[in-house]
Design a protein around this ligand. Structure first.
Ligand SMILES: [Fe+2]
Length: 332
């Protein structure tokens, strides 16, 4: 039975063109030469793409990208990406190692930077030339999200345009008043778990903490508990943590959602158009992408507390449309 007072019509769904898609980290083919500068000293990196390819390169991502694109950059020590800009918001989150994220102040042209550790993140808006470098002493993995689909070749800093492919954009992005990246840093330890966003988290099997890095996640009790670390942007993203045997029940959203285990083993489950139940078991860095219009949920399928990264493809999420009626919990 569907929750009768949900208001999911607020955001029209953009994507119904692909089915639920499971992407295995071990099956992703990394690309070491996506960009004209990739072979340069200090620029060595392998890009694993969940969603969205660079135009003109071999297509390796599982999906082309509608609400957002995402992937992982693996950089050997001392390597990374040089100064570049994008049309859309770019989020970096460290998944292994230690990375310096650096950028050029648009007015003073001074170089600024921050060093991020495990699960720390930064959001960078259009109009800022930015790059990253593995400052650890082993291979590092830096996860990224782009706030829109249909990935475009980056705009490179003027010092990095030798060998640029023909026809590639060089005009800056942004509206001339870029957001200072120093205000967009989220430290894992400082992003508190919120156990109260949804009414169903009051059930024994629903107890879960949601570290809201950016944006609300459309809970019915958004105002309760710690607020999101960053306000809504082009996408919302969280790390969800809960014990074994529990998770989120079947629900739907009017936008794309992706689930990626960071720690532990997780089941993502969903109903097909006939109402039949499916599930996929995911290990760390595997992913499950779900389009709008599909009832989906997740469960910690391991034996300890685990961490599940969740991206919601649009800001301003209305409350989930649950498969079961949880309205009696609203009084609690
Ligand atoms: Fe969800």
């Amino acid at each position: 039975m569907r929750n009768s007072d949900s208001s999911n019509a607020a955001i029209p769904p953009k994507t119904r063109v692909a089915a639920v898609t499971v992407i295995r980290f071990a099956e992703m083919i990394p690309n070491w030469s996506d960009y004209h500068e990739s072979g340069g000293e200090g620029n060595h990196r392998a890009i694993y793409r969940y969603i969205g390819d660079v135009p003109g390169t071999p297509s390796r991502a599982a999906l082309p990208g509608w609400d957002f694109c995402s992937g992982i950059a693996m950089a050997p020590p001392g390597n990374g990406a040089p100064l570049h800009d994008h049309r859309d918001e770019e989020v970096f989150m460290v998944w292994e190692g230690e990375f310096e994220i650096f950028w050029e102040d648009p007015e003073s042209k001074d170089r600024k930077s921050v060093v991020l550790g495990l699960y720390d993140a930064i959001r960078i808006h259009p109009g800022i030339m930015r790059g990253f470098k593995n400052v650890g002493d082993t291979e590092g993995f830096l996860y990224f999200i782009h706030g829109q689909g249909a990935y475009e070749y980056p705009v490179y800093h003027e010092s990095l345009r030798e060998g640029l492919p023909e026809g590639v954009r060089t005009e800056p992005h942004g509206n001339g008043r870029p957001v200072d990246p120093a205000t967009q840093i989220v430290r894992y330890e400082e992003c508190e778990m919120n156990f109260q966003v949804y009414h169903e988290t009051g059930l024994p099997e629903g107890v879960r903490g949601i570290r809201r890095y950016a944006g609300a996640v459309g809970g019915e009790r958004e105002g309760a508990g710690p607020p999101p670390s960053l306000e809504d942007g082009e996408v919302a993203f969280v790390i969800n943590e809960n014990r074994c045997g529990s998770g989120a029940p079947l629900h739907d959203h009017p936008f794309e959602e992706m689930f990626i285990p960071l720690e532990g083993r997780w089941a993502v489950f969903w109903l097909d158009a006939r109402g039949e139940y499916h599930q996929a078991i995911l290990d760390p860095w595997d992913a499950c992408w779900v389009p709008p219009g599909v009832q989906r949920g997740f469960r910690n399928a391991g034996r300890e507390w685990g961490k599940l990264h969740v991206i919601q493809g649009q800001p301003g999420a209305p409350p989930p449309e649950y498969h079961r009626d949880y309205s009696e919990l609203k009084e609690i």
